[in-house]
Design a protein around this ligand. Structure first.
Ligand code: MF3
Ligand code: CO
Length: 250
């Protein structure tokens, strides 16, 4: 069931989303060669709590950290670790959900670590382009299938593929609400967007094939072929004549 949010609820989701945006702003300069993903987790945890919010991924179905940290071929749910030290040329996705006053905001960014090549830069920019092409369609009355299709069509333009088993989603009191928002879709199909829907559009992009494998930790999802992956996500609200992205600072 899709929950249409009241202006008051939208304001609360916006506040939680701001916490996420601010945490990213503060963590970005710390994403450097030589730091561990556990250190980034620790800092993000601190930034979120300083804003009177809670890192909602912590304990979610038993997830053991405050942020998902997914490096290179890991497409999502990488678990931060002291042993995982970032190196020049890595790309790392941080995917963070903050809950504040009972409402959630959710976003993901893929960062270039130190000196990266064209291959890495290209992946980061493709994921962002997929997001913006999809979000640019958002307004009341538009078919969800159109939005989802734009993600895959953009990825395909670059010979990339998209996640099949993991999707974007509605958001509110719960981190994951209806509707589910896949990275692929059929134009003219699915539900129509309505004013007051709060959703997360999150392109998860594979450099090559989208077959995945899950590690024994039960969380880490990675590209079977070892290709690079990138992910870009924002929380947004469908407005009267378009949308407003909530997990970005003005
Ligand atoms: N933040 C993720 C999303 O974009 C969900 C992570 S679930 C967790 O939907 F359990 F890994 F935290
Ligand atoms: Co999400």
């Amino acid at each position: 069931m899709v929950i249409i949010k009241s202006p008051r609820e939208i304001a609360l989701i916006k506040e939680a989303s701001r916490v996420v945006a601010k945490a990213f702003e503060r963590i970005a300069p710390l994403v450097q060669p030589g730091v561990s993903t556990a250190y980034l987790n620790e800092m993000i945890d601190k930034f979120v709590r300083e804003e009177d919010a809670f890192p909602a991924e912590l304990g979610y179905y038993g997830y053991p950290a405050s942020v998902c940290a997914s490096v290179n071929e890991v497409i999502l749910h990488g678990i931060p670790s002291e042993k995982q030290i970032l190196r020049d040329g890595d790309i790392i996705t941080l995917d963070l959900v903050a809950r504040k006053n009972g409402y959630c905001g959710d976003a993901a960014r893929t960062y270039l670590v130190g000196i990266c090549g064209e291959r890495q830069k290209r992946m980061v920019s493709i994921a962002e382009e997929c997001f913006y092409n999809a979000v640019s369609l958002v307004k009341p009355g538009v078919f969800l299938g159109d939005v989802c299709h734009a993600i895959e069509a953009t990825a395909a333009k670059y010979g990339c593929t998209v996640a099949r088993d993991y999707t974007g989603h509605g958001i509110g009191r719960e981190m994951h609400e209806d509707p589910y928002i896949p990275c692929y879709g059929n134009p003219g199909q699915g539900m129509r967007l309505k004013e007051g829907m709060t959703i997360c559009i999150e392109p998860m992009i594979f450099e090559k094939k989208n077959a995945v494998r899950v590690l024994k930790d039960g969380w880490t999802v990675l590209a079977k072929d070892g290709g690079l992956t990138a992910h870009y996500e924002n929380t947004l609200v469908v407005t009267k004549d378009g949308y407003e992205i909530l997990t970005k600072l003005d």
